[in-house]
Design a binder for this molecule. Structure first.
Ligand SMILES: *Cc1c(COP(=O)(O)O)cnc(C)c1O
Length: 373
């Protein structure tokens, strides 16, 4: 018999993965129910849509349940056709992902090797350092400016080893954004050996003149990948579907490593239907807009400072900096928000915009717990 040598898996691991900690999702309603025996829990922790998906998307998902023994369409042809007409970009420019996270990882895997550097901002989306380190590449984190991306400093950090830049616009968890002119200046100044991802997961929510739809830019910038998702304003986070838009050449490269059936059949059907329901999307955006106003007014009334956000969440400075204390007190009130210490914001918490009564209950609970000694 061959004797298998016992070995420490940690000693065998890829160098980049040794120091990684897994992505921390928001606490689930079920977990809080179990832990504290609470009911009527409000989860405002993961930037999910409080309205849920379009009824048409739900109906198409149900239809698809009759075909669960079949593999999905590996090319996602129908969804790509709908995306193509929605955005006015050829079908070959789309890369479908199991959530847009999948696309972010594909870009890193396709273009970045261990000898490269990846540039991103302080307080930016946690997936950027995660996918960078998993490859063993070096992450270069640029200090934020007014909580947001300092594009000038980011451009200054690009050097001969830089292969990829991640820009979240708007950014999570700060909700900050960069205008079209500044982004174009950034892209115009970049050397040709650098790929740029502009992550527009929250684009639908933004109501600012000067905020750009970056998708048409792919015809001018051959090194640009724009990512979008059905997880946020379309309310389909549970199904996991997002996409990248780029030159057909980049899309072809991404599709080489994409798993053939990375987007499941229910997600493909629901996403295509969601994209055609403009009315539901408009309602989702409207609910968010008034919810943002409601939350901002509530924070103002309590004298609590928020980071100005254009997305579907707000990060606020907990009075006295006691974020973890206030987080657990809110849990005991049945309200789940998101700690953001792992984003370099140890004194803040992030709350997702909910329905009017959810926002009101959150504000009421917050007022109660911050006034406790
Ligand atoms: C939520 C989010 C995404 C989207 O993730 P999915 O994988 O599409 O669910 C992407 N980028 C940022 C900045 C996000 O906050």
């Amino acid at each position: 018999m061959v004797r298998v040598m016992s070995c420490e898996p940690l000693s065998l691991v890829n160098e980049g993965i040794r120091g990684l900690t897994p992505y921390q999702p928001g606490k689930s309603t079920e977990a809080l129910e179990r832990e504290l025996g609470l009911t009527h829990i409000i989860k405002l922790a993961s930037n999910e849509s409080p309205l849920g998906p379009s009824p048409m998307a739900r109906a198409m998902a149900l239809v698809e349940l009759d075909e669960l023994s079949r593999y999905p369409d590996g090319a996602g042809a129908e969804l790509r056709a709908v995306l193509s007409s929605a955005h006015g970009v050829p079908e070959q420019c789309f890369t479908l992902g199991n959530g847009s996270n999948d696309v972010l990882e594909l870009v890193a895997r396709v273009f970045v090797s261990a000898e490269h550097e990846v540039v991103y901002s302080e307080h930016a989306f946690a997936v950027y350092p995660l996918v960078t380190r998993a490859i063993g590449a070096r992450g270069v984190e640029i200090p934020a400016r007014d909580w947001g991306h300092d594009l000038g400093a980011m451009a200054g950090a690009v050097g001969e080893h830089t292969r990829l830049v991640f820009i979240a616009n708007p950014n999570n968890p700060t909700g900050t954004w960069n205008d079209g002119a500044a982004l174009e200046r950034f892209l115009d100044g970049l050397p040709e050996h650098v790929i740029v991802v502009i992550d527009q997961a929250y684009a639908e929510y933004v109501d600012e003149s000067g905020y750009p739809d970056c998708i048409p830019w792919i015809s001018r910038y051959p090194n640009l990948v724009v990512t979008r998702t059905f997880s946020k304003a379309h309310g389909l986070a549970g199904l996991r579907v997002g996409y990248g838009v780029s030159s057909a050449e980049i899309a072809e490269l991404l599709n080489r490593v994409r798993q053939p059936f990375n987007v499941n059949s229910v997600a493909l059907a629901a996403a295509a239907a969601a994209l055609e329901d403009d009315e539901h999307l408009a309602r989702s955006v409207q609910v968010n807009r008034s919810g943002l106003r409601q939350l901002r007014a509530g924070f103002d009334a309590m004298g609590i400072e928020v980071i100005p956000s254009v997305a579907n969440f707000l990060s606020f400075a907990v009075p006295g900096g006691a974020a973890s204390e206030v987080y657990s007190r809110l849990l005991h009130e049945g309200i789940i928000v998101r700690p953001v210490a792992n984003y370099g914001l140890p004194g803040h918490l992030r709350v997702t915009v909910g329905l009017e009564d959810e926002n009101a209950r959150f504000l009421e609970a917050l007022a109660k717990v911050v006034s406790q000694p």
